[in-house]
Write a protein that binds this ligand. Structure first.
Ligand code: 13P
Length: 251
């Protein structure tokens, strides 16, 4: 594992305002002064501002779960990069499989969002990953290649190096089923190869690739020990500060 580890908690559609404040406080107590790992929490939009306040004197950074690519205007229900920046957001998750499967996210919208996020100075976490059917049918590599190339089309190597990629096999998300460390690493090596083809080896080597899918304290260490796993994007286990801490500081 060559790159600095980056662990982000994706709270998804969980936490009311009070719950978010309490969870953020617990996360700060548990991992807020960790120095050798980058840590972020990604609460729902409604709680970003409150969580920003709770984490402001710690090493925990703020992420959002999505964004719209337009700057402003008549886009009911949407939130812009400038709005996220104004409440203290650093990272933006883009192209999560739940967005892709339930809310019509496509490689094209992922690309638009990635460009908008980079242009605004925020840092994208671009999610890719195959379904179980795609893995079983042998189309996994083609699917991932299409998602990576789709996300990064028209982006410079310099901008690409600011991105994190999250490999999240859909069959491992919220299912309790985890990719084995070897399966995760193979996918990460493949993603790095595509990034190398697009942007060269230096960018490919420095871009961080997180694993996401039922990552928890019990399996974090073995996943993070793999050569190409640079961190994790955590769903369920990010909703309990002690579990999240067990991934940030795995034993
Ligand atoms: P789980 O950790 O709940 O499987 O979710 C992973 C995920 O989707 C993070 O974005």
């Amino acid at each position: 594992m060559a790159n600095r580890v980056f662990i982000a908690g994706n709270w998804k559609m969980n936490t009311t305002l009070d719950e978010a404040r309490a969870l953020a406080k617990d996360v700060v107590e548990a991992v807020g002064s960790v120095g050798d790992v980058d840590v972020a929490v990604c609460p729902p939009y409604t709680n970003l501002q409150a969580v920003a306040e709770v984490i402001k004197d710690s090493n925990v950074k703020l992420g959002a779960q999505d964004v719209h690519w337009e700057e402003k205007g008549a886009f009911t229900g949407k939130v812009s990069c400038a709005m996220l920046k104004s409440v203290g957001v650093t990272y933006v998750i883009i192209g999560h499989s739940e967005q892709r499967s339930y809310f019509n996210e496509t490689d094209e919208t992922v690309n638009k969002k990635t460009k908008a996020v980079l242009a605004s100075g925020l840092l994208p976490i671009v999610c890719v990953g195959e379904t179980l059917e795609e893995r079983k049918s042998g189309s996994m590599d083609a699917v991932i290649e299409k998602q990576v190339k789709g996300a990064f089309g028209g982006i410079s190597a310099e901008d690409a190096s600011k991105c994190t990629v999250a490999y999240e096999p859909v069959w491992a998300i919220g299912t309790g089923e985890t990719a084995t460390p070897q399966q995760a690493n193979e996918a990460h090596i493949f993603i790095r190869k595509i990034i190398s083809e697009l942007f060269g080896k230096e960018t490919a080597d420095t871009i961080r690739i997180q694993y996401g899918g039922s990552m928890k304290p019990g399996n974090a260490k073995s996943l993070l020990e793999e050569s190409d796993v640079d961190g994790g994007l955590i769903g369920g286990a990010a909703l309990k500060a002690s579990d999240f801490a067990g991934i940030v500081k795995p034993k």
